[in-house]
Design a protein around this ligand. Sequence first.
Ligand SMILES: Nc1nc2c(ncn2[C@@H]2O[C@H](COP(=O)(O)OP(=O)(O)OP(=O)(O)O)[C@@H](O)[C@H]2O)c(=O)[nH]1
Ligand SMILES: [Mg+2]
Length: 296
Amino acid sequence: MQRRPLNGSRGPPSRPAAPKFRHESLSYYWDTIPPTQDQLIHASKFFNKQVPKFLWSAEKFKEMDYGNSPEVCFLGRSNVGKSSLLNALLLRRLAHTSSKPGRTRLMNAFAVGAEDDLLKRLVVMDMPGYGKGGRAEWGVQIMKYLEKRKELKRAFLLIDAEHSVKPADRQIIELLKQKNVPFQIVLAKADKIVFPGSRTPSPGALEARLTELRETMNAVKDIVQPDTEDDGGAVGEIIACSSEKWIDGKRMGIDAVRFAMLRAAGLEFRPRITTSKPVEIISHDEISVMKNRSRG
Ligand SMILES: Nc1nc2c(ncn2[C@@H]2O[C@H](COP(=O)(O)OP(=O)(O)OP(=O)(O)O)[C@@H](O)[C@H]2O)c(=O)[nH]1
Ligand SMILES: [Mg+2]
């Protein structure tokens, strides 16, 4: 015979409620308007609709192919998770990843979105990393690309959420600002801060970790956009994400990154703004004429 649970209810003993996690808490928009739900859904569909494809690889800037599709690129220290993020966004294992730094050695182009209309597709560039495992000659070619590539709409600079901005990241931030390259920070591997370990955190622990993440975002904001006139092309938003951790059927922060990429390329969903019809203004004199007419 099956025993009733000791708490007297018919179901299994009640567990403490799972802490509520909101994907929105991973993004910080201080200069830009956050996306609406419809815009996030559209961004997700854009990346899911067509099978993304690998286009080409180049070792040098002058070997790159041209096209007129808008383009974004991923920059960051070796091993920060650029290729993994690309795979998470594109839902395919297209880019090679490794636990050892220095895996990506070429500039690799991938396309997502419409196949038949080059202006409605987005080219995403996975770049070799800098720092440990990186090479000086890659840096030279990447700088040429950042300065000269006409199709480039925005560079996404990945910073490790756990380790924050390292000296090599600071140098790149300064270069991007000097050269006026539009760029935005993405905090990668945010799962390591918000969900370390395999156990579901208590609501209090989750709150504390999200606060820690927000503090990291604030510190990064101060580095990228200190209170000066000279912010170069730094975009006023930071998105934290994870290429590995799924919550409520979505990877952490991935739709927000997708939307940011589309907005950079001008491919985002823009809701139609409907204004109310102009109201006809009738003067007092006209009203009294109308009244007299209806009386007579
Ligand atoms: N926990 C966690 N690990 C990640 C995440 N993204 C990537 N990793 C791990 O980090 C390591 C490096 O990932 P890659 O995507 O190859 O990093 P990369 O920046 O492309 O590295 P290079 O090509 O060497 O510049 C791999 O072992 C990944 O599994 C993430 O969001 N969370
Ligand atoms: Mg890589």
